[in-house]
Design a protein around this ligand. Structure first.
Ligand SMILES: Nc1ncnc2c1ncn2[C@@H]1O[C@H](COP(=O)(O)OP(=O)(O)O)[C@@H](O)[C@H]1O
Ligand SMILES: [Mg+2]
Length: 328
């Protein structure tokens, strides 16, 4: 809808975890490297946790592209499964044939396949996304799969990805044996303020706009305050802000536009066109362009502001408001 207006080849802030848009923040890169290392070492479980929208599935999709092409992967995305459904899902994903659905037959077929693969030096990985939905007894079943091993190494590497509840679930006393097998646990943190700006610019460039400064720095501050660096929320705010920019025919997203888009997002009202607001935004544009530095909170101040240093927060807000009053 706004692609042409801003010169994008496609929408830059889709909510699908598309590895083409992957921004290798130090956190995402570390998660990825942890997974790659654990998989190549072939010695046990890896658990990756993170809040909703922090980029777990995106890391997982990027991982699939970076694994050695000979690696065989079973990727389980539907986790409302019982033990047998899980087993058949794994076999189906690896294209392993089975004659009956008796558990011992399914396990036998999997074991035979894994031994063949190990013989050909092929690494097999089981990745379970949204693993926080697995019941403790299914998690225990997953642990049993990791018992399939030769004298030297595990026959199957297992990665569990899930929301923070997964961690809680794994602390269940019945899963002590599972916990002992976890060699890496990586918790994916949200982006910081600087990374948020870089993330936005990265996605804009990937969508085909090389300008890089569609979002003014003050607008990025607003987006960071709202999203706290969670990519999913950054995307929602940026997408909405781009729609608002189109509505106001502004090719730059200024703070006022981002702010309004975020209010609409949190109110759930949708886009409302304010005729007066357009004039106001034009004034703000001029003001922001004339003195972008003054308009911004400096990084350190901004960080203490976010860390709840209220006195500073008040001062900063008063300053910005006064500045707007004087200049608007
Ligand atoms: N490192 C990243 N680079 C690019 N986009 C990302 C990154 N991390 C998250 N996203 C985007 O944020 C949104 C949520 O990411 P997703 O991987 O689905 O999160 P999760 O699986 O943790 O809930 C998606 O639109 C995804 O494209
Ligand atoms: Mg996900």
């Amino acid at each position: 809808m706004y692609e042409k207006f801003y010169g994008f080849k496609e929408k830059p802030f889709n909510l699908t975890p598309d590895s083409k848009f992957f921004y290798a923040s130090p956190k995402h890169e570390e998660a990825l490297n942890t997974l790659l290392l654990a998989i190549s070492e072939r010695n046990g479980f890896v658990v990756v946790t993170g809040e909703i929208g922090s980029g777990k599935t995106t890391v997982c999709r990027t991982l699939l592209n970076r694994l050695d092409p000979s690696t065989k992967v079973a990727l389980i995305l539907n986790t409302h499964l019982n033990k047998k459904e899980l087993l058949t899902a794994i076999l189906d994903d690896l294209d392993i044939e089975y004659k009956t659905k008796s558990k011992s037959h399914l396990l036998g077929a999997l074991n035979k396949y894994l031994i063949e693969q190990a013989h050909n030096d092929v690494n097999v990985v089981l990745i379970i996304d949204e693993a926080q939905n697995l019941t403790p007894s299914v998690i225990e079943e997953v642990r049993m799969l990791s018992n399939l091993e030769t004298e030297k190494e595990k026959l199957i590497q297992i990665v569990l990805i899930g929301q923070p509840e997964l961690r809680k679930k794994l602390s269940n006393p019945n899963l002590e044996q599972f916990r002992q097998r976890v060699v890496f646990h990586y918790h994916l943190q949200p982006l910081d303020y600087i990374e948020t700006g870089e993330y936005i610019k990265h996605r804009l460039a990937k969508a085909g706009n090389k300008r890089g400064d569609i979002f003014s720095q003050p607008a990025i501050e607003e987006i960071y305050k709202y999203s706290k660096g969670v990519p999913r929320l950054i995307n929602l705010a940026c997408h909405n802000a781009l729609i608002s920019g189109l509505v106001y025919e502004s090719k730059t997203i200024y703070r006022a536009i981002a702010e309004e888009a975020i209010i609409e997002l949190t109110d759930g009202i949708g886009h409302v066109f304010h005729a007066d607001k357009k004039k106001q935004i034009q004034k703000l544009e001029q003001a922001e362009e004339a003195a972008p530095k003054q308009f911004m909170l400096s990084d350190t101040k901004f960080l203490s502001y976010l860390n709840g240093d209220e006195e500073k927060e008040k001062n900063q807000i008063i300053k910005t408001d006064q500045w707007e009053e004087n200049n608007g």
